[in-house]
Write a protein that binds this ligand. Structure first.
Ligand SMILES: Nc1ncnc2c1ncn2[C@@H]1O[C@H](COP(=O)(O)OP(=O)(O)OP(=O)(O)O)[C@@H](O)[C@H]1O
Ligand SMILES: [Mg+2]
Length: 284
């Protein structure tokens, strides 16, 4: 009977973030066409796809740097399609960038402190001024959060080092720390392990899992490292030429002929899985 079925089915939580029919054009170039997916609270959701597929454009649209030409974005049930980027950050959308966007001459700690100011100030100038004259009670709360993040990401030993002196892997970690300092509900990571060696990649994968487990943060990431995506993600969204060609669990996506074609130029549904296993053996 229908009613029994409805009662027996587990009610899916409403998505924390819902992207609906989003379209984005740059002049004549359509970067995104009718993109729609949801991010469940507490999930690790990954967006994958070949170079130029539109992944970063999608991130920029979600965080408010680009204005979509069509469609809508809802966050915590609220339509944020026309909400300015700084306000989205204050609402709990935190992000890192594909190309590291830290202040290279500043120390690790000062970069992390700047992340925190997204809640208070809308531009970097204000934030820099604020660093000089932080109000005491806020400063204390903030110090507490910053210490937790530094401890959590194991970057205590470099807190006073200028960012420019750090390895690429550590810089990526500092960028994540800065995004966490905004106390986001969704942490958006654009290629968190790009350019990292195997050990750095494994560390970052562990931090991403721990962020979710210990801080309750939902993660939305763009990543090319397929092994990592398939290991960590609950839900994978595959973009190709600005359109979603598949989405689902890692197993579903790996077995999808369209996905195999996009990545490997063949519709052989075992190709991607074999390649992943071969990659795992090589790096083991
Ligand atoms: N600011 C921009 N102005 C004009 N075109 C852009 C802009 N940003 C992106 N594009 C175009 O939109 C398309 C998607 O680019 P995007 O950077 O989103 O891809 P991506 O999936 O992130 O690629 P990658 O894996 O290389 O990072 C490309 O054709 C790109 O040239
Ligand atoms: Mg990109």
């Amino acid at each position: 009977m229908e009613t029994t079925l409805a009662r027996g089915a587990p009610a899916a939580a409403p998505p924390l973030l819902q992207v609906d029919s989003v379209t984005l054009a740059f002049g004549g170039v359509r970067a995104l066409s009718g993109v729609g997916f949801g991010v469940q609270p507490g999930s690790i959701t990954a967006v994958i796809g070949p170079n130029g597929a539109g992944k970063t454009s999608l991130f920029n649209t979600i965080s408010g740097f680009y204005r979509p030409t069509g469609g809508s974005i809802r966050f915590k049930g609220q339509d944020i399609t026309h909400v300015p980027a700084p306000q989205r950050a204050r609402m709990g959308l935190g992000r890192s960038f594909q190309n590291i966007a830290l202040f290279r001459g500043m120390t690790v700690l000062d970069n992390i402190k700047l992340g925190r100011h997204a809640h208070l100030k809308t531009n970097v100038f204000d934030a820099l001024l604020y660093l000089g004259r932080a109000r005491r009670e806020e400063a204390e709360l903030r110090r507490d959060i910053e210490e937790r993040i530094i401890d959590f990401l194991e970057i205590d030993h470099i807190r006073h080092a200028p960012v420019s002196a750090l390895s690429y892997g550590l810089q990526k970690r500092v960028e994540m720390a800065r995004a966490l300092a905004m106390q986001p509900e969704i942490l958006m990571l654009d290629e968190p392990v790009a350019g990292m060696n195997r050990e750095e990649t494994e560390d970052m994968a562990r931090f991403i899992l721990d962020v979710r487990a210990e801080w309750g943060v939902t993660v939305l990431m763009v990543e090319h490292d397929m092994g990592m995506v398939m290991d960590l993600s609950d839900h994978v969204v595959v973009l190709n030429f600005g359109q979603i060609i598949a989405q689902g669990t890692p197993a579903v996506v790996q077995a999808d002929p369209e996905v195999n074609r996009a990545y490997l130029g063949s519709g052989d549904v075992g190709a991607l899985r074999r390649k992943l296993h071969a990659g795992a053996r090589e790096t083991a």
